[in-house]
Structures are given as C-alpha cells and as structure tokens.
Design a protein. Structure first.
Length: 156
C-alpha cells in the first residue's frame, strides 16, 4: 500500500522535474512551491487512494481466506482481513471528520425495499425446491396455466 503511493509520488515528482515549461495550467508562470506542491498528492487524494486500496485488499483477503486449504493459512489471512477492515474503518472515520466522505441517509421506504429484496432471496435459498414440475414459487407461465389463463395478461 505505502509502496504504491511512494511510486506514484516519485513518478509525479520526476514528471514535474522533466517538464521544461515553467507555467501552470492557465499559462501563467508558476512559482517553485506551486510546481512542487502540484507534484504531490493532497491529503484528501492520499486518503481516497488508501481507503480504496484497503477495500480492494479486504476483498482479496476475503477471497483468499475462503479458498485457503490449510487451517493456519486461513487463520493468518483472517488476521490480515480483520486488520485491513479495521484500517479501512479508521480511514472512513477520518474522512468523515474532515468532510471528505459524505453519507446520504436512506429513506425508510428504501430500507424496506432492500429488506424485502434480501428477505425474498433468503426465503428462496432456504426453501427446498421440489424436483417435480409443480413448484411453490412458480414462474409467470405456471401461474397462468394453473389459473386457466385468467391471469396470463397480468403476468406478461
């Protein structure tokens, strides 16, 4: 994580030194401090970079832990995953305090909609599906056939 940021900083610094033009984006001459400061990431950019890296690392540790064949490897990966998640959470709180991460509260109807969606998925996964042609949660075609075609127009 830190190595990637150092490489980016180094690349930006070298790009700034190799640039023979002493002017900024507006065509105005830039002072030495302005050119040097533009070659570095701001605090906000660094935190966004780090928090996104932590998210990707957490995902990768999670997949690796799930696929680990040895118990000790699994345990080590879980330690790394937990540490990565804790770091990401700390960064999240820092960014919230700085005003760089904005949360938008969900409406109660949005929460209810998501709850119903996942509750329905859970019910589908937990209920055994019969091996025969009859099914408890049948599709629109089976519903139309069972009702003599009365509801076929409403299901299509």
């Amino acid at each position: 994580m830190a190595g990637a940021m150092k490489m980016r900083k180094t690349a930006r610094q070298q790009g700034g030194r190799d640039n023979p033009s002493p002017s900024n984006q507006d065509g105005q001459p830039s002072g030495g401090n302005q050119q040097d400061s533009s070659s570095f990431l701001s605090d906000q950019e660094m935190l966004w970079d780090i928090i996104n890296t932590e998210k990707h690392l957490a995902h990768m540790y999670n997949v690796a832990a799930l696929e680990a064949g040895q118990v000790t490897l699994y345990q080590d990966l879980m330690v790394c995953l937990n540490e990565t998640q804790a770091s990401q959470r700390e960064l999240f709180h820092i960014m919230l305090q700085q005003g760089w991460y904005h949360l938008h509260p969900a409406d109660s109807w949005q929460l209810q909609q998501v709850y119903q969606q996942f509750h329905g998925m859970m019910e589908q996964l937990s209920s055994p599906s019969p091996s025969g042609s009859e099914s408890s949660g049948g599709g629109s075609n089976s519903g139309a056939n069972n009702n003599g075609g009365d509801s076929a127009g409403s299901n299509s």
